[in-house]
Design a protein around this ligand. Structure first.
Ligand code: PDD
Length: 283
């Protein structure tokens, strides 16, 4: 059976079988990685935090000088229909907008319609806090990591370096400070204080990062958005990763060394509170 069989996707106004969807090899998304994307989830058939994801998509589009091809209402209707035609329930939704099809030229083409694509696939929801290993690697990406660009070659290489080392994620470091993971944001806990890198062009403004910070502060946990020295991992009690598809994950070893006592009591609590928050917004 071919990849994507049995699932429907959206491409430029049409809903069609994922394994039959086609874009031109001249699409700038294919040729240059000239595209931005979002990853969103649905649970119980309802889309979570769509407003936040659409806001970030608009910011990414603005940053690469692409007009948003759809209104918020059109995005909402299209994505909900996509979830519905794929059977509802838990879904990971992937959205991509490219600069469209044109002769290969670094200069932007004029008058070209963007390619708008969305697909989804069943989401396996973690039934509890996951624990993973990480490695620390130099952040060798570009200086616009705030744009959710599909040009992810550095992230992919870093992630695979982590996997080759037997770990799940790479914690990235620039100038002695933690930026983020290859596909996640990073939180470091000392005692009852949680720290994470401040928003800047060096990190993606993670939707889960922002929501978790709100949830923690709402539960009287101190969260500092300030530069986190990589050396602070040495005596950290807990280290966490956040992303849309994994919520919150505890890092229990870094470069083969156990983090703190290997327990993650604050992560357990944060994970529970985050599930309650999600359930509240999805009600
Ligand atoms: N990645 N930082 C990077 C570099 C990411 O790629 C991601 C998410 C995050 C977390 O952002 P959010 O909480 O909004 O998912 C941070 C997605 C899941 C992906 O590329 O599949």
């Amino acid at each position: 059976m071919s990849v994507g069989a049995g699932r429907s996707c959206y491409l430029n106004g049409d809903f069609l079988p994922l394994n039959e969807a086609r874009v031109s090899v001249l699409d700038r998304g294919f040729i240059f990685g000239d595209a931005v994307y979002e990853v969103i989830i649905a649970q119980g058939g309802r889309i979570f935090a769509l407003e936040e994801h659409l806001e970030r998509l608009t910011n990414s589009l603005n940053a690469v000088l692409l007009d948003n091809p759809l209104t918020a209402g059109e995005w909402q209707a299209m994505l909900q229909r996509l979830v519905d035609v794929n059977g509802g329930g838990g879904q990971t939704i992937y959205v991509q907008v490219t600069r469209g099809v044109a002769e290969r030229d670094h200069a932007f083409p004029r008058g070209v319609a963007p390619t708008v694509f969305a697909m989804c696939r069943p989401l396996s929801v973690a039934d509890g806090l996951a624990r993973v290993g990480a490695v620390v690697l130099p952040d060798n990406r570009w200086l616009r990591c705030d744009i959710k660009s599909t040009s992810l070659l550095p992230n992919i290489l870093l992630r695979n370096q982590a996997i080759a080392a037997g770990a799940y994620e790479a914690i990235l470091v620039r100038d002695g400070f933690i930026t983020e993971g290859s596909a996640s944001n990073v939180f470091v806990v000392h005692g009852d204080c949680v720290r994470t890198a401040p928003l800047s062009a060096q990190i993606l403004p993670g939707v889960s990062r922002a929501l978790l910070i709100d949830v923690l502060r709402g539960n009287d946990v101190t969260v500092e958005e300030e530069p986190v020295p990589v050396a602070s991992l040495g005596d950290a009690d807990e280290v966490w990763l956040t992303s849309t598809t994994r919520d919150l994950v505890a890092v229990t070893s870094i470069d083969g060394v156990m983090v703190g006592s290997g327990e993650s009591p604050l992560a357990e609590r944060a994970f529970r509170e985050f599930q309650l928050y999600k359930a509240f917004r999805l009600r």
